[in-house]
Ligand binder design. Structure first.
Ligand code: HEM
Length: 389
């Protein structure tokens, strides 16, 4: 059984997922202290089962994690109905497909400008980091703009967010746990300041709408932070992991360059092929059966999205990157009541990045091997040095 912080496993978890899936759809993972669902059917069942909930348990010791716990306890992602329904309703209209579709031209202009900067850097220095110049700033700037957070704050919030989400990994060292709390405190403090400003001077931004909605002060802060974090963490890594996949499968990159009609299916395939979010936990609120395994009330089971994404029962040649793949019923955005609220926006951002890259830099290639981040749950790169032919 895999060890979640083993660098060899993190480098390529897919052979281990394949081995486990061939043995059974659900396994007990002693190290994680929970069941893991590794087939597509079992992972989907975990996400959708109404007796498997996102039940928040505070990080301990409590006095050390006041801000981290406050942000999560009041987050729609960490709650079940009726709180979840009320919180999700307060923001769902802003992320509806029709509403975000209106942002597409703005996102495309932004992506174009960032790719132009990348191209200039490559011309000047011979190579440049695609993460730094495109994958990181694009989603962060878009979500900041939507919430009405000044654009120049986005880079600082990305750093804070990166520290906070380390807490979702397993066996995190003490210094990083302390760093996560300090980041949560700074992030919450910043959002509190901003919501006070919006309360006295409302604008047409999402944060002003949240302040006016039926939410407590802590809920407004937690929802703002959740949106700013969820709004970029995964999207950055789809663009990073995805571009790497394309550039290491040169024929797929060439297909994309030749045919703009492939941008849309490529977006789905990149989310499937190298999932940016690998694991989501649920806790049983009653005894539950998943793929013939009993999960007793109070026990946990995780959906392994990366394993589900390579299930041969659902995807032909699951290990093959095929940017024209259709249908592509991946679970990358989850399922059930917590289904990703930002999916329409994320799709627009990824498509805009791919569109701008294929158009402006058709000769794009890796300058060197990218450096991977040493985490399992949030799967991404630290650097992605690229150049052109
Ligand atoms: C490609 C990028 C993205 C991926 C792969 C992704 C994936 C996911 C997944 C798997 C979940 C469900 C978690 C669970 O069931 O436990 C989720 C929830 C969520 N996502 Fe995303 N996400 C992405 C981008 C975004 C963006 C851009 C936003 C912008 C606001 C966003 C906001 C949210 C929120 C608010 C939730 C919680 C929904 C709820 O609990 O009802 N995500 N996301």
């Amino acid at each position: 059984m895999f060890v979640a912080d083993d660098p060899a496993f993190i480098a390529d978890p897919y052979p281990e997922f394949h081995r486990l899936r061939a043995l059974d759809e659900v396994h007990w993972h002693e190290g994680l202290g929970q069941f893991i669902a590794v087939s597509h059917a079992a992972a989907a069942a975990v996400l959708r089962h109404r007796s498997l909930g996102r039940i928040w348990t505070d990080a301990t010791p409590l006095e050390q994690f006041a801000s981290f716990n406050l942000l999560h306890r009041n987050s729609l992602l960490e709650n079940e109905p009726p709180t979840h329904t009320r919180l999700r309703r307060s923001v769902s209209a802003a992320f509806a497909r029709g509403h975000v579709e209106r942002l597409r031209p703005t996102v495309e202009v932004l992506a174009d400008g960032l790719v132009e900067t990348l191209a200039e850097k490559i011309s000047a220095d011979g190579e440049a980091d695609l993460l730094e110049h495109v994958a990181q700033p694009l989603p962060a700037q878009v979500i900041a703009e939507l919430l009405g957070v000044p654009k120049q704050e986005a880079p600082r919030l990305v750093v804070l967010s990166n520290s906070i989400v380390k807490m979702y990994e397993y066996d995190l060292p003490e210094d990083l746990r302390r760093e996560a709390e300090a980041a949560a405190e700074a992030f919450a403090g910043y959002l509190r300041e901003l919501t006070e400003q919006r309360a006295s001077h409302p604008g047409d931004d999402l944060l002003s709408h949240l302040v006016a909605a039926d939410l407590t002060g802590d809920e407004v802060v937690a929802t703002g932070v959740l949106l700013l974090m969820a709004g970029h963490e995964a999207t950055v890594n789809v663009i990073g992991n995805g571009t790497t996949a394309l550039l290491t499968h040169r024929s797929e990159w060439k297909r994309l360059v030749a045919d703009p009609g492939l941008v849309e299916p490529a977006t789905e395939e990149l989310i499937r092929y190298d999932s940016p979010l690998q694991l989501f936990e649920r806790t049983a609120t009653a005894d539950v059966e998943i793929a013939g395994h009993r999960v007793a009330e109070g026990e946990k089971i995780a959906a392994l999205l990366g394993a589900a994404a390579r299930d041969p029962e659902v995807f032909d040649d699951p290990g093959t990157l095929d940017i024209g793949r259709s249908p592509n019923p991946h679970l990358g955005f989850g399922g059930g009541i917590h289904y990703c609220l930002g999916a329409p926006l994320a799709r627009i951002e990824i498509a805009a990045a791919l569109g701008a890259l294929r158009q402006r830099l058709p000769g794009l290639r890796l300058a060197r091997q990218p450096e991977r981040r040493p985490e399992f749950v949030i799967r991404g790169l630290r650097t992605l040095p690229v150049t052109t032919d």
